[in-house]
Write a protein that binds this ligand. Structure first.
Ligand code: COA
Length: 370
């Protein structure tokens, strides 16, 4: 019994009620505050999805502009404080650096939740970009949309509109996703009446693991190792024979293909269509599709009772590479959007939640009698 509980990983346990998102693992549907993910991702900018999480409705153009301005100002404020972060951004791993940098953010009692979220989300983007630039961080441009400025701060030059659109599609797609491990982590911290920054720091730690947000870098490593679509079969079969997991495949909740994989695939195809035909995106996409097909077939043969299909991370790798981000920034870029989801869950937990405190089952010896 005790072993079963440990191995069960709280599967199917309802740990919160939420208005933020709904994951239907059987049908392969993701709803963000009343909107199917495919209806808003690729059609609306990140700011709109963030507004939706906090206000429950999509913003008017004026409301979008106002959140955009707040994020821009918060990016500048975060940049001005880079010097106060000690050696946090010198840590060699980007997620370690992000965790350490976010831990430096101040706690402001009484700050309104949307303003606090904007401050944290903006800081995450600035810290990640600054980490990637080392000694030469790029000052934010507060007038730019959040996604455009993020790409600019990383690359040191203005991004193309097509790249910004693709990144926006990604950021909207991953902004929230039910009771995933990092969101649950944030909720546990919030449930103790701790502060939002602490909840986000803890969530970053949970997201880092390769079973959660750490998969897209290894997905790209896999695509590199396979090289050509013809190599997929042998590579996948050798990896499975070694007992390895195929990164970007399988999901705790989805029993069909992750709906976010479709949305990201569409965004990659749009990006390819906007390119001049010389970009390597199309080749990458064809390779990814071949590997996915092969992995799905071989996993189905090995696990006939457990559908293991592509998850969000599979095409995340292809999309983030296509917009010019290095693979070290894949998981931190995920965090830069999911931070908005974490903050929204923290607020919800504070308003409606109760201390999260489950029980454990003791399996060791009782004290010796006498
Ligand atoms: N490749 C190979 N085998 C896999 C697999 C994968 N990607 N995902 C699951 N399996 C196998 C497990 O080894 C297990 O086999 P077993 O019963 O013979 O031991 C079986 O499928 C069930 O897996 P389980 O670990 O119970 O699933 P889970 O719900 O705990 O895990 C993931 C879900 C996402 C952690 C898992 O599918 C995985 O590790 N995927 C790769 C990492 C990844 O892409 N993470 C991003 C998630 S969005």
């Amino acid at each position: 019994m005790s072993g079963r509980i440990e191995a069960n990983g709280l599967e199917d346990v309802v740990a919160a009620t939420t208005r933020l998102s709904d994951v239907d693992g059987e049908q392969g549907r993701l709803v963000l505050a009343g909107h199917a993910v495919e209806d808003i991702a690729g059609r609306l900018p990140f700011e709109d999805a963030m507004f939706l999480l906090f206000r429950g409705v999509l913003p008017t153009l004026a409301e979008r502009a106002s959140l955009r301005e707040a994020l821009g100002e918060a990016r500048e404020a975060a940049f001005d404080r880079l010097g106060d972060l000690g050696d946090a951004l010198a840590l060699p791993d980007a997620m370690d650096a992000l965790r350490a940098a976010v831990a430096h953010l101040g706690v402001r009692p009484g700050e309104e939740p949307p303003a606090e979220a904007a401050r944290i989300v903006a800081a995450v983007a600035v810290f990640v970009a600054a980490w990637s630039r080392g000694q030469a961080p790029v000052r934010p441009d507060a007038r730019l949309p959040h996604a455009a400025d993020y790409l600019r701060m990383v690359a040191g030059r203005e991004a193309t509109p097509a790249s910004v659109a693709a990144l926006d599609a990604y950021l909207v797609t991953v902004i929230d996703h039910g009771m995933n491990a990092s969101t649950f982590t944030a909720r546990v911290v919030a449930s103790t009446a701790s502060d939002t920054v602490s909840a986000v720091v803890a969530a970053i730690g949970a997201l880092k693991g390769k079973l959660h947000g750490g998969a897209p870098g290894p997905v790209l490593d896999m695509l590199d190792a396979i090289g050509e679509p013809e190599g997929a079969r042998a590579w996948v079969s050798a990896a499975l024979a070694r007992g390895e997991r195929i990164m970007g495949m399988g999901h705790r909740v989805y029993r069909v293909r992750d709906p976010r994989a479709f949305v990201l695939e569409r965004a990659i195809a749009d990006l390819e269509a906007a390119s001049d035909g010389t970009s390597p995106i199309g080749r990458r996409l064809r390779l990814a599709r071949a590997v996915e097909k092969e992995a799905e077939t071989q996993l189905a043969a090995r696990h006939p009772d457990r559908p293991l299909k592509a998850n969000v991370e599979f095409y995340t790798a292809v999309l983030l590479e296509a917009v010019g981000l290095p693979r070290t920034l894949f998981t931190p870029t995920f965090a830069s959007s999911r931070a908005a989801g974490w903050c929204a869950h923290v607020e919800e937990q504070r308003r409606h939640g109760r201390l999260i405190r489950p029980k454990s089952r003791y399996t060791n010896a009782a004290p010796a009698a006498g």
